[in-house]
Ligand binder design. Sequence first.
Ligand code: SF4
Ligand code: SF4
Length: 482
Amino acid sequence: MEVRDGIDPTEAILESPEDVLSTLSKEGKRRWLYPTPSKGKFYTQRLVVAWGLIALFVALPIIKIGGKPAVLLDIMHREFTFFGVTFYPTDSFVLLLFMVGVLLTVILATALLGRVWCGWGCPQTVYLEYVYRPIERLIEGPEHVRARRDQGPWSFDRLWRRSLRFGVYLVVSLALAHVFLAYFVGWADLSQWLTRSPLEHSGSFVVMAGTTALILFDFGYFREQMCTITCPYARMQSVLVDPDSMIVSYDPVRGEPRAKRGKKALAAEAAGTIPAKGDCIDCAACVRTCPTGIDIRQGLQMECIACTQCIDACDSIMDNIGKPRGLIRYTSENSLAGQRTRKFRPRTVIYTLLLVAVWTAFGFTLASRNSYDINVGRVVGTTYDQLNDGTITNRLRFRVRNQTGQSQSYTVRITDPANAELRIVGTMPIELEKGEMKRTEAFVLVPANEISNGVRSLTLEFDFSDGTTREANFTLLGPSTR
Ligand code: SF4
Ligand code: SF4
């Protein structure tokens, strides 16, 4: 690493080893942050992404695909619908593949792009930076005004602004809680709740109130601590990120030795009349804008959510002082050290191969998934009986689940042996609501001479009202001699 003016830039950026948490004061109290937004290229791009994600979040439980909500996680009925496909508990393997696929995607994305999810897609960042903080700014004024007011005594001005802010927060949190719950109960049920008295659905009312309170607490008070203290993903960074991963980073080679100075001093440096220092003018704009309260110049930190605000802040400073942009930029540790950034490295190749394998298996399993889940078994504790005329009877049970998303009915008959008789306990056709699983018992009667060595295979045919025909096999038991 280059050394300027006899100062090792790596050493120069190491400060205050006792500073362990950016949101704690030295007395151990919460240090309230007032990050100043930095408008720039990345801020605008993130704004577009954020509002696109908010629109998607609101739309997914409302819009319908194939007559079903795009996403519905109906835990009560154990049905999970994603983009028109409903999964049931019997689909646990497909769901497992799906979850492993999502996990591997996150791992690969982090290995390549660092905490891109935290900065661009995480709801914590999206709602805090693009909904709650703008409301705060609108009602309570810019950051320096808020900080000054908060440090002073309670006044009428402070009281009404704070009350109005939390009033608006409450409305927004209530709306978010409703959308959130729509993912679990469906928009139709939720609309009904809205028009009825809370006493008629007190349980759901409590859930709604609790969810609203949690959202309000998180975005109104807890804020960046969700990322710096609570989120497990941040803790996994040290194993997911490597020196080739893209991170938001300050370039100490270019920036150090930093020194506060104005345009006059910079012009003198450019003219060579005074010794040149690093490009960092120690203006602290990158620190003031950071939503987690860290100084990016101290190197890669767990608290950095890669929100790019310090890039925008520093780029605008560089524009002002006539230096090239990118003192803080998306880069890799290897690139900062003057080495090549490798996209293809053993871990990313292995992750990619695993990812392709898992998503392929998921697609294949999904495509070959049946509309009906049929299970034929023996009634527990039974073998066979022999009637007075020698006929052998076996007692079976069918468990059939309708996975078509529509109400259906079915009949069942024996196709082999042809002389066997099926006696259903109940009536046919058997009705099945969408997603319903029904258990039906039946007796199979076969002449004794059909049984050979104590067993005989049985073939059943299930005929469904949508025209689907499915076969199932079963082994009949009988006496072991003919
Ligand atoms: S914004 Fe740029 S110039 Fe200002 S302190 Fe941060 S890194 Fe240095
Ligand atoms: S250091 Fe920069 S990228 Fe990281 S959280 Fe702070 S402002 Fe965002």
